[in-house]
Write a protein that binds this ligand. Sequence first.
Ligand code: ASP
Ligand code: MG
Length: 428
Amino acid sequence: MRAPVVSLAKNMFIAVEKYGGTSVGSVERINAVADRVSASHQKGERLVVVVSAMAGETNRLLGLAEEIDPEAQAREMDVLVSTGEQVTIALLSMALNKRGIEARSYTGGQVQILTDNVHGKARILDINAARVREDLENNRVVVVAGFQGVDEEGNITTLGRGGSDTTAVAMAAALEADECRIFTDVDGVYTTDPRIVPEARRLDQITVEEMLELASQGAKVLQTRSVEFAGKYRVPLRVLSSFEDGPGTLITHEVSDMEQPLIAGIAYNRDEAKVTIRGVPDQPGIASRIFGPISAAHLNIDMIIQNVAQDGTTDLTFTVNRNEYAQAMKLLNEIAQELNARDVVGDDTLAKIAIVGVGMRSHSGVAAKMFDTLAAEGINIELISTSEIKISVGVNDKYLELAVRALHKAFELEGDVTEETLTEAQEA
Ligand code: ASP
Ligand code: MG
């Protein structure tokens, strides 16, 4: 996305607020959101409000399409699922108008959220925020439909599940907003999913890098793309509950590693699968011939593992999302034939667990501690992948809960991180 060119009159405080599906799940909830928005408006803030479809609506629409044709064209799917958000923008604007606040609703196309043409997971390329700016200058509340945009030819596109987060952060970036608040049904970002670990704790703050890793490893609280935007354009971002008041979690942009706990949180994703192509010739260009077609098919791959070659051939394994497993297997079988590989095998009962923390940069022994913990529970690790601030493992999905609980405990995420945890990790 292009950096904003025109900057607003500096005396306006601009906030972008995003309300997710459960926060606008009924007329009652929409009225509650209108109350919140008018409170911010009363304080003199200029507001852009981005909303999701009412809870369950996107799934309902997907279900209707499924009944007609499970392989319906992606273009038509986008026309269909984008309608959910159009309902909420209208209802919320009405609720605001009723409260004496001038509000205007806009679809993604109307505020010119320009995306590429990858239906179902389009990326935002540019936002022409001129119209929104004019409304804000006139003290109107601007209500924008999340999750949707238009491509260069004017076709409706959608940004992938959870895409309203990205709409909000991208709007905040385009307007150089003073704050972007993501209101949801939890009161912030947690050390891990409290449904699995009841002792999980809300974080007061987390770095944007950690949030990015957690989101991409399966934490559902923010869409990954939205965190990327927040990092790239340094959007001041906070995750809060729309059901209760509280400080939420601040996503920070600059914190020294020293002040950070070793591990910020644990993310998981149950819906993984792995595919292996066996006996491919070990020659230059093979990986590119395998992954070229896979990326052309827009399959998201994550962990990639290549074995040591034996007798001039090697095995290559990678993970995909479970709902893309069938497609990946089919594609890989075609590639295997072309490359004269021995065969293709797969397993769609994989789960991925990741521990994330910028503290890893300055402390050693974190990986060893993670592997020890899993070993003590008798959990077999099938794949491992690391980044500077993340270690993630693939395990059979039947061990998921056990693994997350054991790791949460081992890294003492329930309480404050003590010196002891750090020393133990270093010694491990
Ligand atoms: N309504 C869309 C979804 O359910 C987008 C969103 O809520 O962020 O994924
Ligand atoms: Mg969401």
